[in-house]
Design a protein around this ligand. Structure first.
Ligand code: COA
Length: 697
C-alpha cells in the first residue's frame, strides 16, 4: 500500500483513508492505494468498505499536475469501475469539496453520505476537459440527462442539500466524515442492504443533443469542453455502459490534446500564483478591522460595499452631507442587490447599513482607520490634497491607498511624511463585482504594506496582482496600446463593428468599442485631450471621429448613443449610422485609401499589439512575471479564459511568427510597431513567456 491511502480493518468494515494533502488529489499514489485497498479488503474478508478523506476534503479531483504527462495505470476510470465491481458494499463519505474524479469515485461507490457543508461537482470543463472517469455515464443514469447536463456543462459546485434532493447522495449527516461513514456502513450491513451499481441502472432518456451541443458552444463563446461533454452524456443514452465509458475516454483525450485545455490550466495555476511573491514570504500584513473610503461615487461605493460584505467596518468620507447621503444610497443599492440574490439576509443587510457603515464629512473620522482608500476625482492636485490631509489625521501605521488608475503613486506618496505606508489599490468598476485588484507598489512602499494590500484583496474575494508604477500600471497600459492598434485599423479601413465582431468571435466578452460605450466615451476623450496637451509625438497617428462623437454629446450607453445606439429595454446596441461618416472624413483628411481587413488579420494585429506591450510591461518589471499579465487581462479585461491570457496565447501561437509580423508592420509604421526587447530576446533564445514564469518559481 502507498502512504497516500491508509488501511484499517474494523471488524467487517475496511476503512480507506485518503492522506494526500492539501486536497487529496487523485494522483498515481492515491489511485494505486485505493485499488490495493479494495483488493485487500476483499481478501481480508471485510463485508463493507468506507472511503473518506483525511484533512480538509474528500478527493478534490484528478491531480491536475499530471495532465499533459503520459497517464500511468491504474487509470481513474478503471479504478471507479473496480470499486463499483467489488462484491463488498462500498460507501463514500464526503466532506469539503468532492470534485471531478472525487465525485466520480463516489459515483463508483454503492452508497454516498456527506456532511451538510460538503460541496460537490464535476468542474472538469472549467479546466478544458470533461469528466473522464464515468461522470458522464453514471450521473445521467442516476439523476437524468437534463440535470446532469446542467451540472456537467456548467461545472458548478452544488451543496449537500441540493445533491440529496437530486438523488446524487443518499444521506446527509452532521459529524466527522469517518464517524458518519462508519455508522452508515454499519447500518447498511445490519439492514442487509444490497450493492447498488449505477452502471447497471437503465440508460437515461435522451434529449436533442445536437441542439444542446450548439447552444452550449455558443454560450461558452467557443469554449469546446462543455460542448464536447454533451457528447459524452449522449453516449450514456445511446451506448451500453462499457461502450459509453470508451466513448467518454476518447472525448476526454481529444480535449486533453487541445490548446484550450492548456490555456485553462495555465489560468488555474496562474491565478493561484499571483499572490505568491518572494517579497511577501514571512511578511505579516498589518491588522485590518476598519476601512476608510474617501469619495462615494460609483467606485468608492463599490469598494465600500465589497468591504462591508467581507465583514470590515467602513467609514465613508464625503465632501458634504448631501454627497454623503448619495453615497449611502449607492452602497445601500448595491447591498439591496446582494439581499435580492440571497447573498445576505435582512438582518445582515440591517447590520451592514447600520452599525457597520458610518458616513462623515470630517477627516477626523478616519483617525482610527487601519487602511484608507481614496476614490476621488482622477486629478493629481486633488489626490495630493487628500493625501496631505490623511497624513495629518491617520494613526501611525495606517495604510494609505490610492485607487488611481494611471497617476504616479510615487508622486502621491511623496506628499506625505510616510511614503512607506502608501500604496496603490486599483479596483475595477463595479468594485463589488469585478474580481481584479491591481496592487501598485511604489518605490518606497514597505513590504508589510504590500502584504496588507494582498490580505485585503483576499478578504474581499479579489484576485490581486502586483504591479509597478507607470502610466496605466499593467492593465490600462496594455489596453491603451491594443486600443490604439484597433484605432489604426479603423483609420486604414476596418469598421468598429467588424473589429468588435472579430474579437467576440475570438472569445472576448465584448469588443473594444462596445466596451468603450459601456465605460463612457468621455473617459477616452479626456485621456486624448490630456495626451495632446502634453504633446503627441509627431509620428503618432491621431484622429477626430471619436472626439466628434463626444462633442455631439454621445458618450455611449449612458447617453443611449456612442458607437452603437441603445434602445431602452433591449440588450446590446445596433451600429450607430453616424459613426462611419465621421471615420470616412478622417480617412479623407489624412489621404488614406481604405482597405479590407479579414477577421483573422484584425485579431492578429490586436493580439500582437497586446503581446508586444505586455512584453514591455514584463521587461520593465512593471509585472513581475508573464502570468501576472495573463491574470490581469483575464480578470479585468474580458480576455477569454480558455486562451489562457495574452502571453500564454502568444506562447501557444508562436513568438517568432508574432515578432516577424510586428517587424513587417513596422515597415509602414515603425513608431507604433517597435518590437519589445523582451520579445526579441525570447525569440533569439528560443524561449517562451512560460519559461520566465518557471524561472520565477
Ligand atoms: N490537482 C492538483 N493540485 C490541486 C488540485 C488538483 N485537482 N486542486 C487544487 N490543487 C492545489 C492548488 O494548486 C493549491 O496548490 P498550492 O498550495 O501549491 O498553490 C492547493 O491545491 C490548494 O488549492 P486552492 O485552490 O488554493 O485551495 P482552496 O481551498 O481555495 O480550493 C479546491 C480548493 C479544491 C476547491 C480548488 O483547488 C479547486 O477547485 N481545485 C480544482 C478541482 C478540479 O477542477 N477538479 C477536477 C480535476 S479533473
Amino acid at each position: 500500500m502507498t502512504d497516500a491511502i491508509g488501511y484499517e480493518l474494523l471488524g467487517d468494515i475496511a476503512v480507506l483513508t485518503a492522506q494526500n494533502p492539501p486536497v487529496n488529489a487523485l494522483g498515481y499514489d492515491v489511485r494505486t492505494g485505493l485499488w490495493e485497498g479494495i483488493e485487500r479488503a476483499e481478501k481480508d474478508g471485510a463485508r463493507a468498505v468506507l472511503i473518506y478523506g483525511d484533512g480538509a476534503t474528500f478527493f478534490a479531483g484528478a491531480d491536475i499536475k499530471e495532465f499533459g504527462k503520459p497517464p500511468k495505470e491504474p487509470y481513474l476510470p478503471d479504478l471507479c469501475t473496480r470499486i463499483e465491481a467489488s462484491p463488498l458494499i462500498v460507501v463514500s463519505s464526503m466532506h469539503g469539496t468532492a470534485l471531478g474524479g472525487g465525485l466520480e469515485i463516489a459515483l463508483g461507490s454503492h452508497y454516498r453520505i456527506a456532511v451538510p457543508s460538503a460541496r460537490m461537482g464535476l468542474p472538469e470543463v472549467l479546466i478544458g476537459v470533461m469528466p473522464g472517469a464515468g461522470g458522464t455515464q453514471r450521473l445521467p443514469r442516476l439523476i437524468g440527462v437534463e440535470r446532469s447536463l446542467d451540472i456537467i456543462t456548467s461545472g458548478r459546485q452544488i451543496g449537500a442539500r441540493e445533491a440529496l434532493d437530486l438523488g446524487i447522495i443518499d444521506r446527509i449527516e452532521d459529524g466527522a466524515p469517518r464517524d458518519i461513514g462508519l455508522a452508515y456502513a454499519r447500518e447498511l450491513l445490519d439492514s442487509g442492504a444490497a450493492r447498488r451499481a449505477i452502471s447497471e441502472m437503465p440508460a437515461p432518456e435522451p434529449v436533442d443533443f445536437d441542439a444542446t451541443y450548439e447552444a452550449v458552444l455558443k454560450k461558452g463563446r467557443g469554449q469546446l469542453s462543455p460542448a464536447v461533454a454533451v457528447r459524452g452524456v449522449q453516449a450514456a443514452c445511446e451506448l451500453p455502459f462499457a461502450e459509453g465509458m470508451k466513448r467518454e475516454r476518447e472525448l476526454f483525450m481529444e480535449l486533453m490534446a487541445t490548446d484550450q485545455r492548456q490555456g485553462l490550466i495555465h489560468a488555474f495555476f496562474a491565478e493561484r500564483a499571483v499572490g505568491k511573491l518572494p517579497e511577501l514570504e514571512g511578511v505579516d500584513p498589518r491588522p485590518l478591522a476598519e476601512l476608510g473610503v474617501i469619495g462615494g461615487g460609483t467606485m468608492g461605493a463599490g469598494i465600500a460595499t465589497a468591504a462591508l460584505l467581507s465583514g470590515l467596518g467602513v467609514i465613508m468620507l464625503e465632501m458634504s452631507a448631501e454627497a454623503a447621503q448619495a453615497a449611502r444610497g449607492r452602497i445601500e443599492g448595491n447591498l439591496q442587490g446582494a439581499l435580492k440574490r440571497g447573498k445576505i439576509d435582512q438582518a445582515k443587510f440591517d447590520h451592514l447599513t447600520g452599525t457597520a457603515l458610518r458616513l462623515s464629512t470630517d477627516y477626523d473620522a478616519l483617525k482610527n482607520a487601519d487602511l484608507v482608500i481614496e476614490a476621488v476625482f482622477e486629478d493629481m492636485e486633488v489626490k495630493k490634497q487628500v493625501f496631505g490631509k490623511l497624513d495629518a489625521v491617520c494613526k501611525p501605521g495606517a495604510v494609505l491607498a490610492t485607487n488611481t488608475s494611471y497617476l504616479d503613486v510615487n508622486e502621491i506618496a511623496a506628499i506625505t511624511a510616510r511614503p512607506a505606508d502608501v500604496i496603490g489599490l486599483h479596483f475595477f468598476s463595479p468594485a463589488h463585482v469585478m474580481k481584479l485588484l491591481e496592487i501598485v507598489v511604489a518605490d518606497k512602499t514597505a513590504p508589510d504594506v504590500v502584504a496588507t494590500g494582498f490580505a485585503l484583496g483576499k478578504r474581499l474575494g479579489k484576485v490581486s496582482v502586483r504591479a509597478g508604477v507607470c502610466d496605466g500600471f499593467i492593465g490600462n497600459r496594455i489596453l491603451a496600446t491594443y486600443r490604439t492598434a484597433a484605432d489604426h485599423m479603423i483609420l486604414d479601413g476596418a469598421s468598429p463593428f467588424q473589429i468588435d465582431k472579430a474579437l467576440t468571435d475570438f472569445g472576448f466578452a465584448m469588443g473594444p468599442y462596445a466596451v468603450a460605450d459601456l465605460a463612457g466615451l468621455d473617459i477616452g476623450w479626456a485621456t486624448r485631450k490630456r495626451k495632446r496637451a502634453a504633446g503627441l509625438d509627431p509620428r503618432a497617428r491621431d484622429f477626430t471621429y471619436a472626439d466628434k462623437l463626444c462633442e455631439a454629446g454621445n458618450f455611449g450607453q449612458k447617453t443611449g448613443k456612442g458607437y452603437y445606439v441603445y434602445e431602452k429595454g433591449k440588450r446590446g446596441g445596433t451600429p450607430n449610422p453616424e459613426v462611419m461618416p465621421l471615420i470616412e472624413a478622417d480617412r479623407a483628411a489624412q489621404g488614406i485609401t481604405p482597405r479590407d481587413f479579414t477577421d483573422d488579420e484584425i485579431v492578429r494585429r490586436y493580439m500582437a499589439a497586446m503581446v508586444n506591450e505586455a512584453a514591455r510591461v514584463v521587461g520593465e518589471g512593471i509585472a513581475k512575471r508573464p502570468l501576472d499579465v495573463d491574470v490581469t487581462l483575464l480578470y479585468g479585461y474580458g480576455f477569454p479564459r480558455y486562451r489562457g491570457g495574452p502571453l500564454k496565447w502568444a506562447d501557444m501561437t508562436g513568438l517568432k511568427g508574432l515578432l516577424d509580423d510586428i517587424r513587417s508592420w513596422a515597415a509602414l509604421d515603425d513608431y507604433f510597431w517597435q518590437p519589445a526587447p523582451l520579445l526579441e530576446q525570447l525569440v533569439a533564445d528560443g524561449r517562451t513567456f512560460d519559461d520566465l514564469n518557471k524561472d520565477a518559481k
